[in-house]
Every structure is written in C-alpha cells, then in structure tokens.
Design a binder for this molecule. Sequence first.
Ligand code: ADE
Length: 361
Amino acid sequence: MGKAGEQNRIEEPETAVRIRLLSKAAPLLSDWFGKKGRPLPWRAVKDPYRILVSETMLQQTRIETVLRYYERFLERFPDFESLAAADEETVLKLWEGLGYYSRARNLKKAAEACVRDHGGRLPETAEGLKKLPGIGDYTAGAVASLAFGEAAPAVDGNVLRILARFFADERDVTVPAVKKEAAALLRSVLETLPDPGVFNEALMELGEICCVPNGRPFCRSCPFKDSCRAMALGLEEDLPLRGAPKPRRIEKKTVLLLHCGGRTALEKRPDKGLLAGLYGFPILDGWLERADIRAFLESYGARGAELKEAGGAVHVFTHVEWYMKAYRIETNEPLPGYIYAEAQEIRTRYALPSAFKYFAE
Ligand code: ADE
C-alpha cells in the first residue's frame, strides 16, 4: 500500500477505454434512431428473408434506388421457396437496373440452400450465414443482428468513418487490421446492449444521414456531438484517413506580444478548432506588414505604439504547420478584450500550449 491518499493508478488499455466510451454513448444513438431514423420498408417487419433481400440490394447501391426495386421484388418472390423455384432469367429481369448482377444470382442460390438444407429458413448466426453464397462478413453481421439479435458487428465504410471520427483515430481505414479491430470493438460493445440489431442499424443510419462522407457532416444534430473526439478537435472533415497521409497545410501567422505595465496580453482561443478553448498570445492570419499591425492596434484605439520584431518559430500540428513571426509591442494602455497577465501567471495559471512557448520568454 502507498501512503494515505495515494493511489496505485493503472492505465486503462486503449481498447478498454474505447469500449467504455462507445457503450456509454450507445443509448444516445438508439434514442436518436428511434426519433430520426427513416421509416424504410425493411425496418417495419422482422422477417429474415426480407432483411436478407434488403441487405443484398443495399450492397453498393443507394437507398433511393433500392426503394424502387424492393417491394416489386418481394411481390414476385415473397419467400425463400418462391425465389428458389424461380428461373434465373426472371430473377435477373426484376434486378435489371440495380447492377452487380452476381448479387441476384447468389441470392437465388442462397434461397435454394435455405430450402434444401435449412427447412426453408435462414441459419440464425453470422457464422452460419457466411456459408451461404454471396454472404460476406458485413451482410452476415447485419442480418444476424437485425433478424436474430446476435451481437455480430457489421463493419463497412460508414461504420469505419463513424469510429475514426468518434475516437479521432488517424489510422488509415483501408488497412485490414483497422477493420478487424473495429469489428472486435463493436462486438464487445454489442454484447453489452439489449438489442444489437437496433445499434447496428442506427450506426448505418448515422453514417447515411448525419456522419456523412465528402464534405461537412451534420454534427449539430449528431447524438455523439458531446462525445466525438474529432468534433472536439475540429477534425471531423479531415477524418477518416485513407491511403497515404495528406501533406500538412502550411499557415503563416503573426503573433502579437502586447505588453503594458509589465504584463502581456493573452486571449482565449475559440471553442472549436486548433487549441480550442486554450489561452495563447493574440495571433493573426498571414505575415502582416508593420502598417497592417499599426492599423490593427489603432482599431483598438492604441496609437504610436512601439513595435519591435521578436523572432519567428515553426510549430507542427498533426494537420497544420504554423510559420509564426512575432512582434513585441508596448502600449500605454491595455487593449480592450484581452487578458493581461504577468510572466509568473502565464507560467502557472494559463498553461500556454507549446505552439506559443517559443515566445513566452
Ligand atoms: N445499409 C445497409 N443496410 C442498411 C439498413 N438496414 N438500413 C439502412 N442502410 C443500410
């Protein structure tokens, strides 16, 4: 035992942290899905056959397109028996326009196997489903969880994107090990949930209508907005990463070391983006000319200030590099809106991020 009040702290492994964070956020996702989930036709009935048909059609195909085919297909082939007994030509005709025709052929072969080997029903586990033609990891996980409530993960690009953002994970999502790890993580989370199917379908929905790729995700309406690390760090548009990392953005900055009566001006940084919510010296975009700096000071009512070059520094962040030039500026009055602090206070109270440390002396 250590001294009184001392604790032997053991770091929780990262995987355990992730399982805990996602399990904690899971009920928010299910609530959100209950309120915002679209009433898609395959969600209305828990019929394994219908679920398999929808998941097969949804592979590589947009929901809007699938909606035009789904009901018509089911009217003609309402169950495994009718699909197994159909001739392939008729099945392909009804699939015409949906593309990726091997899906239709495999679906029919899967129906034949169900009738022949499983009494006209689907195997009820992901492992069993994967033995059927055309059913891979994703579809097996989706069908096993949606139709039979198994804690089976269904990991596709949508889910990898959500996880990369949720954990601000900067690994390349095209690497198979990342996908494997995502599946293991989700399985652990699903095992803690009362309805794994709802969670999986809610994740799909989140990836399709909220945490969308290519452009801005709709973070303000996201059930994970208070727990998403990418959002907290302002990285939601930069993640997930695929393939070779993007070169860092180069930004030129002018740092103002505003002094008055032995104190230096600090500002609280905005709530989002780089160094969000931390304190730093006032910093402006670009390398400003002296005349621009004077104009800036005058906009605060400070005229005739003494202005000296105070060196430069480069700071490298994950996605951005700052090339900073600093000016030491002595004014007679403090500029409004800034916090003026003594050197000692800056060291102890405001905990300057390292990007600004070069200028702290
Ligand atoms: N994508 C794949 N399966 C889906 C489902 N069941 N609902 C919505 N999008 C999906």
